[in-house]
Design a protein around this ligand. Structure first.
Ligand code: SAH
Length: 256
């Protein structure tokens, strides 16, 4: 069915794989090869230790095109800025639990999210994975089921497993047209909303800037779970600005 094939290609091209501070160039090449074998093309690197590097080229083998098209960023926020859905990969559950599932079920959600716009899957450092802050930038956490005695896969192999699950789902899942009247909010728009919340909550003395506790993290978790669209984000920002002006007025004695 040509229509279906085209939509699948479109959704795969909306998926980017992000490696945060990879230290071994061999893993970058291995990841490029993993992507290409599974029909993915878009590799992003955040502050790689050594790149470009002959070892990356060597490990990429027939995936030089993916390697050459790799985008290098200074910050994770740049690598995921245009994405409306971000998945963080991790071997373990963190202190504040986040929505999490195994590679197979997240792959199905990745594909359906990729029909609505850009999606990122973020991988961590070889030695210590992703930080809590980086994982909290994500809508969902993905775990590759593995032996409990040693569940940490090599970075490029983890990319291979996740890419394979996406490819497998792309072959098997009937394509359902995404239906929504507004585009989903991007990661950058969500960050703007959270920064706005923080400013207003500090100004209104709802939280103490020096000791914010878990309020902002829990707010972040709620907002990412909601998967708001861009109009909803604008609306919330409009409400915040309005309430902030009102309470500034009443603090100065000029408002009601
Ligand atoms: N020692 C690190 C693991 C680093 S492995 C830690 O404990 O967090 C490098 C990266 O490969 C991880 O950050 C993650 O992106 C991916 N990875 C490895 N094993 C994984 C697994 N079982 N599930 C999900 N991601 C995994």
């Amino acid at each position: 069915m040509p229509g279906r094939e085209m939509r699948l290609v479109v959704s795969l091209s909306n998926i980017r794989i992000v490696l945060v501070e990879p230290s071994h160039p061999g893993n970058i090449g291995g990841a490029a090869r993993a992507l290409k074998t599974m029909g993915l093309k878009r590799l992003y690197l955040v502050r790689p230790d050594r790149y470009p590097d002959p070892q990356a080229q060597w490990r990429a083998a027939g995936a030089q095109d993916v390697l050459e098209a790799t985008i290098v960023c200074e910050k994770l926020s740049e690598a995921i800025a245009g994405c409306h859905w971000v998945v963080g990969t991790s071997t373990r559950q963190r202190r504040i639990p986040w929505p999490a599932a195994d590679a197979e079920s997240v792959a199905a959600q990745v594909l359906s999210a990729a029909q609505a716009g850009e999606v990122a899957i973020v991988f961590g450092r070889e030695n210590n994975g992703l930080s809590n802050e980086e994982l909290q930038r994500c809508h969902m956490h993905l775990q590759i089921p593995a032996y409990t005695g040693y569940s940490s896969l090599n970075l490029a192999m983890a990319v291979q497993v996740v890419s394979y699950e996406i490819f497998k789902q792309a072959q098997a899942t009937p394509v359902v047209e995404a239906r929504w009247d507004r585009p989903p909010a991007t990661s950058a728009e969500l960050e703007g909303l959270l920064a706005h919340f923080e400013r207003v909550l500090v100004r209104g003395e709802f939280i103490d800037a020096g000791n914010p506790g878990q309020t902002l993290t829990r707010l972040r978790r709620m907002l990412t779970r909601m998967e708001a669209d861009e109009t909803e984000v604008q609306m919330l920002r409009g409400i915040l600005s309005h309430l902030d002006r009102r309470s500034a007025g009443s603090r100065d004695g000029t408002g009601e």
